[in-house]
Design a protein around this ligand. Structure first.
Ligand SMILES: [Zn+2]
Length: 338
């Protein structure tokens, strides 16, 4: 009941702001342009499906959160990294330098945007596993283009999750994974260059999903896990109605095994993010995003998105939960289709 009324309140707020010209890429569940219409939407079903999951066995994962935070600091130290900038290229080189010796694929292409054409590049690090199939973990690394003339460095929005993927590479390097192969994807040009729309957003991941559909990779992709804005010191990861319900149930189980469930899914939103091109192609996908960054999300897409708002603990919560999610998926007999 409390949740339902909270949702209605959110719907009203989302409706009230629907006219503003922000590149808002998330909205409260079922948001409409007018509050009365929104209020008539049925409440979102917050119950997770009951899955028969393998028993908790073996040690729980733990990441090096201090090292991850150091990566965040090093990424933001380059300054704003919008597509087309010299800093953007420096961050690409930084990521690649940390993947020396790993199996890396670069997916370079030209992003055709309302502000012109830009070179863009997805970076994929592949860690082979014993089981047939791939789990993709993704993060965008570019910063918001319209804020390029400001001091905006996207410590949480882009840097935190990109740093986390570098730490995942550290965890997986040199091991033969006994589950599925894990492919880490630093995707480019997630941000809109003018205002968020189906065509002005997600340039990198749309390119990659198309490519993987054509070459058959998508058929082997068992799950797509997306991390975005997961460094917020006050971590509240949303339940997202665009994500795959059974996969969110696995994420919640993973968080619960670690004792981190209170940071997950207190609220449901409908989030447009890098998972959408995979959702649309039938790949089970979950977006792990905290869209309440500062009270009422005030730090999002502002020059206040800086490292002092983040905490190593939040990186650890998100990171360990993602690794435990992979571990559960590895042990499941068969993964449900989308
Ligand atoms: Zn953003």
């Amino acid at each position: 009941m409390k949740i339902t009324s909270f949702l209605v309140l959110l719907l009203f707020v989302a409706g009230a702001f629907a006219g503003c010209d922000q590149d808002k890429n998330a909205s409260a569940a079922g948001a409409s342009t007018t509050a009365p219409a929104a209020a008539q939407n049925p409440p979102v079903d917050l119950t997770l499906p009951k899955l028969s999951l393998p028993a908790d066995s073996g040690p729980l994962p733990a990441i090096d959160s201090a090292r991850t935070m150091q990566y965040v600091k090093e990424i933001v130290a380059f300054g704003p990294r919008p597509i087309g900038s010299a800093n953007h290229k420096k961050v690409e080189d930084y990521i690649l330098a940390h993947l020396k010796g790993d199996a890396v694929e670069e997916d370079a292409f030209t992003a055709d945007t309302p502000e012109g054409k830009f070179p863009a590049r997805n970076i994929i690090a592949k860690f082979p596993g014993a089981k047939d199939g791939i789990i993709v973990i993704a993060s965008h690394y570019d910063t918001n283009y319209p804020l390029r003339q400001t001091s905006y460095i996207g410590a949480n929005d882009g840097a935190s999750s990109s740093a986390l993927l570098l730490e995942f590479a550290n965890q997986m390097r040199g091991k033969k994974l006994d589950g599925y192969s894990v492919w880490l994807v630093w995707d480019d040009a997630e941000e809109a260059v003018k205002s968020w729309s189906d065509t002005d957003s997600l340039y990198g991941i749309r390119h990659l999903a198309e490519k993987w559909e054509a070459d058959g990779t998508l058929k082997k992709t068992k799950a797509f896990l997306l991390a975005d804005m997961i460094g917020d010191a006050d971590l509240n990861i949303e339940r997202d109605s665009n994500s795959t319900t059974w996969l969110e149930a696995v994420v919640y189980e993973a968080a619960s095994r670690l004792g981190y469930q209170s940071h997950f899914f207190a609220r449901t939103m409908t989030v447009d993010d890098d998972h959408l091109p995979f959702v649309k192609r039938g790949v089970p996908s979950a977006d792990l995003i905290d869209f309440d960054y500062g009270y009422d999300n005030v730090f999002w897409h502002t020059p206040q998105d800086t490292v002092d708002k983040l905490s190593p603990k939040s990186l650890e919560i998100a990171g360990s939960t993602i690794l435990e999610t992979v571990s559960i998926l590895d042990k499941m007999e068969a993964l449900p289709p989308k």
